[in-house]
Write a protein that binds this ligand. Structure first.
Ligand code: AKG
Ligand code: FE2
Length: 207
């Protein structure tokens, strides 16, 4: 049990902390991390400058299977050949960022926002291992809306079992240590009829 308070008052409210003991990874899950935050789903969604970005693979251009937006102080961001348009922090993201920073002791200067409109939207296997994040980045991943399944698999050791985590509304997942070097992750598609989900991944760009 990890006791903490998002607004610095003393409180009996607690959040369970689930620590995953994995080879070559440090992953902590906080269900209901944002239980008392004032930001709600619609306000958050409306605050984001979400866009349909495109990716070019083998000479063909496709819509990526979700909407996204990039927020940061002044850093541009790109991955897999997608260059994101930069936005200035807004009130909603600042509130969420402050709450995460208070608990993790980290400081983030960027946030990649994803909107999964329904079960057809997803994120395919990748690691958040862009050079701009440096070695052993801390990624803080906040979820709002529909619960969706997040899966991790070891990149090299096939004897490691896949790890599945149901990322619930108002939860926070921290990935740190060597996780991005040794593991890939994805956000599964689902055939179930599901509502929208917003995922915010706070990052620290170092160059
Ligand atoms: O939606 C998620 O939970 C994962 C998103 C993700 O992996 C990313 O943006 O790098
Ligand atoms: Fe990722």
């Amino acid at each position: 049990m990890n006791q903490f308070d998002l607004f610095g008052e003393s409180t009996q409210e607690t959040s369970d902390e689930v620590v995953y003991n994995l080879k070559d990874a440090k992953i902590i899950y906080y269900p209901n991390f944002f239980g008392r935050t004032k930001v709600d789903f619609e306000a958050l969604k409306n605050s984001l400058n979400l866009r349909q970005d495109q990716i070019t693979l083998y000479g063909k251009t496709h819509d990526i299977p979700r909407l996204q937006a990039w927020y940061s102080n002044d850093m541009e961001y790109s991955y897999s050949g997608i260059k994101l348009l930069r936005n200035d922090w807004n009130k909603e993201l600042k509130t969420i960022k402050d709450e995460i920073e208070a608990i993790t002791g980290e400081s983030f200067n960027g946030c990649l926002c994803n909107l999964y409109r329904d079960g057809r939207d997803y994120a395919s296997w990748h690691s958040d291992d862009e050079e701009s994040l440096g070695r052993n980045p801390v990624i803080a991943s906040a979820s709002f809306g529909e619960t969706r399944k997040f899966v991790l698999k070891h990149r090299f050791d096939k004897s490691c079992e896949k790890v599945e985590i149901e990322l619930e509304d108002r939860s926070l997942l921290i990935m740190k240590g060597a996780t991005q070097h040794y593991w890939k992750h994805q956000l599964n598609k689902t055939a179930r009829k599901v509502g929208p989900r917003i995922n915010l991944t706070f990052r620290r760009i170092i160059r």
